[in-house]
Unconditional design. Structure first.
Length: 45
């Protein structure tokens, strides 16, 4: 399960330049997606 989380987060670029260059409407989902992945991992575990 940890390997799946690492593989899911690996393609995502660093959130720091994204937050500085992207609007708030994009930075919020980028922050929520790791939380949703962790929640799914917890429920499926």
């Amino acid at each position: 399960m940890l390997a799946t989380l690492a593989a899911a987060q690996t393609p995502a670029p660093s959130p720091v330049p994204l937050e500085s260059a992207a609007p708030v409407s994009y930075s919020i989902p980028s922050l929520l997606s790791p939380v949703l992945i962790a929640l799914l991992a917890f429920l499926l575990h």
